[in-house]
Design a protein around this ligand. Structure first.
Ligand SMILES: O=C(O)CCC(=O)C(=O)O
Length: 271
């Protein structure tokens, strides 16, 4: 377990209200500055298991494949922040990397997650954990404050090869004054609502930029398996009295996803 920051705390009622109003919170401490090397080592050890022809940005569900990744997602301080927003009973259903190597040119277009996630009700919270210091220079994630209260924006398909996602909201729909850059120190997290508009530009700096996202939702959320047949949950806190969704095994070792959607049973033989 990496060294936890001594600034870890629970969310205040002011922060919980701000999350409801703005759709995000940022700069929350989790790991100590001393854990920087551990976060880098984790990234290097997991990413180096992927074969060269696989783009890590096109993989997901690492929490179902890798015990190291799963354990990171079970850091009590992270779950405490999520519990403060979602209540005592919630599961994890997604875990991935968002990597921009220096000058690699990849862009995450403006989008709302809930627009393409077949989950009902739309109540997921994303934890974005900074593995490296992240700011405007190395393309920190940007959000449009309060946009989760404005309904669904019109998305169009853009298949440009440097885009990490092919769904995009055009700039003319976005109030530029509401854009906020979520600058984080390595080991800090932001939290965002699944209706919030967010994205990130290319990394023109000489510094690597990488975050891990963990997707959590309250246990009453149900996936439409006709759209996402591979959807599986791992209970993160409390009890699942609804049992709406298939469950995933807890990893027993280290495997790597090779695409965005895979069943947990596909990893069993690699552990
Ligand atoms: O890291 C980024 O730039 C984007 C992350 C993202 O799209 C997400 O967390 O849903």
């Amino acid at each position: 377990m990496f060294k936890i920051s001594n600034k870890v705390r629970r969310l205040t009622s002011e922060e919980k209200e701000r999350y409801l109003k703005d759709g995000y919170l940022t700069g929350l401490p989790v790991f100590d500055d001393e854990a920087k090397d551990n976060l880098n080592d984790l990234f290097v050890s997991l990413s180096s298991q992927l074969s060269n022809d696989i783009d890590i940005n096109q993989t997901n569900m690492w929490h179902k494949a890798s015990l190291k990744f799963y354990n990171l997602c079970r850091t009590p301080a992270i779950l405490d922040y999520v519990e403060d927003l979602l209540g005592p009973n919630f599961f994890q259903w997604g875990g991935q990397f968002f990597l921009k190597e220096p000058k690699d040119g990849s862009v995450v277009p403006w989008h709302q997650d809930a627009q393409y996630w077949p989950l009902s009700p739309a109540k997921s919270v994303t934890v974005w954990l900074a593995l490296y210091d992240t700011d405007e220079e190395n393309a920190a994630m940007k959000v449009v404050k309060g946009s989760h209260k404005q309904g669904m924006f019109k998305h169009h398909i853009n298949k440009a090869s440097n885009l990490v996602l092919d769904q995009e909201v055009s700039n003319d729909q976005i109030n530029q004054d509401d854009i906020v850059s979520l600058n984080l120190k390595a080991g800090e997290i932001s939290l965002h609502d699944d209706g919030l508009l967010h994205g990130s530009e290319a990394n023109y700096s000489n510094r690597r930029r990488c975050g891990i996202t963990m997707r959590f939702a309250p246990v009453n959320v149900k996936a439409d398996l006709s759209i996402w047949p591979h959807f599986e949950t791992q209970l993160a806190r409390g009890v699942d009295e609804f049992k709406h969704n298939p469950t995933a095994e807890i990893p027993k070792g280290e495997a790597t996803p090779i695409k965005k959607f895979q069943y947990s049973r596909e990893f069993v033989n690699q552990w």
